[in-house]
Design a protein around this ligand. Structure first.
Ligand SMILES: Nc1nc(=O)c2c([nH]1)NC[C@@H]1CN(c3ccc(C(=O)N[C@@H](CCC(=O)O)C(=O)O)cc3)C=[N+]21
Length: 285
């Protein structure tokens, strides 16, 4: 058996086409395009590549790009000034602060300072709180992208047993909140480095979401045959990108969202969706 592809690349391209139409309408109605801001500190090659990709996506759908690239030695005060500028800039409808920030900066204080209305990542504490409360708010991009990818491939979620591996703020923690909404109705187990018997939890699952950042962590012997497997771990090596799912897992899985070409492109597409939705709310206000 060989897994069917959960094709994040093609699905993200579909979503960008859908968004491009909405951006054109908005731009005509408002008199200027929505604008995505990015705040990048330092010169980590991975972070640079991600931010560059986000601006390429923007260009493709007609969203204006606002880049704030700051040197590695930027002070807390300087990055907070940049946040204040973007909060005040009417051309900037949404923005993100590329994480991780260098260790001398307080990332939580930076996120907290953002205008929650402009939070294109859904990572502002107010928006994460709204997610817990079930109040409408921008959703974290990777979790939203995963749900959208599953939906567009008709993977049933209601009653599914989902095993999430990893408790990070961008993926592992918030995704359970999306999948356990009444509209999705999945049952979610959150595994992490303190979990005993990871293989047992994975084996129980109809859907496995690996976001631990541990290359090859999930092997084919751990999986229920036919399981839906999403690789959300990305580790950069000299040989290229390596995911948390061992390549052999494709022999056992029913569906696979691979690295690259799975959750990554969907994450970027959902960032654009969050920006467009913020601009639509602005236009309606
Ligand atoms: N504030 C913030 N928001 C983020 O959303 C955020 C972040 N910080 N920090 C880092 C992680 C990582 N992340 C990725 C997004 C897209 C791909 C992606 O498009 N990957 C391509 C491959 C890209 C390549 O070749 O490098 C793929 O999987 O097919 C990967 C990783 C967003 N993150």
């Amino acid at each position: 058996m060989n897994a069917q592809l959960l094709d994040g690349k093609a699905t993200a391209a579909d979503i960008r086409r859908e968004l491009a139409g909405r951006v054109a309408e908005l731009t005509a109605a408002v008199g200027r395009p929505p604008g995505l801001g990015t705040v990048l500190v330092g010169d980590d090659p991975g972070s640079r590549a991600y931010v560059a990709g986000k601006h390429r996506d923007c260009a493709q759908v007609g969203i204006a790009s606002i880049r704030r690239d700051l040197p590695a030695g930027t002070s807390q005060r300087q990055i907070e000034e940049t946040i204040d500028e973007l909060n005040a800039d009417p051309a900037c409808t949404g923005y993100i602060v590329q994480l991780p920030l260098p260790p001398h900066l307080d990332a939580n204080a930076v996120l907290e300072r953002m205008d929650p209305v402009k939070d294109a990542d859904g990572l502002h504490p107010v928006n994460l709180g709204r997610l817990v409360l079930g109040v409408r708010a921008p959703l974290p991009c990777t979790p939203r992208g995963i749900v959208e990818l599953l939906r567009r491939h008709d993977v049933p979620l209601a009653g599914a047993r989902v095993c999430v591996i990893g408790r990070g703020i961008t993926v592992g923690r918030p995704i359970g909140l999306l999948l356990t909404r009444r509209s999705e109705n999945a049952t979610v187990t959150l595994c992490h480095t303190g979990t005993k018997g990871l293989a047992w939890h994975v084996r129980e699952a109809n859907i496995v979401i690996a976001a631990a950042g541990s290359p090859g962590l999930v092997t084919k012997d751990m999986l229920r045959p036919g399981a839906v497997v999403l690789d959300v771990g990305i580790t950069r090596t000299d040989q290229g990108l390596v995911g948390d799912i061992h390549p052999d897992a494709a022999q056992v899985a029913g569906w696979l969202a691979p690295v690259p070409g799975g959750a990554g492109p969907m994450t970027r597409a959902m960032l654009l969706a969050n920006v467009v939705e913020a601009a639509e709310r602005n236009a309606a206000a």
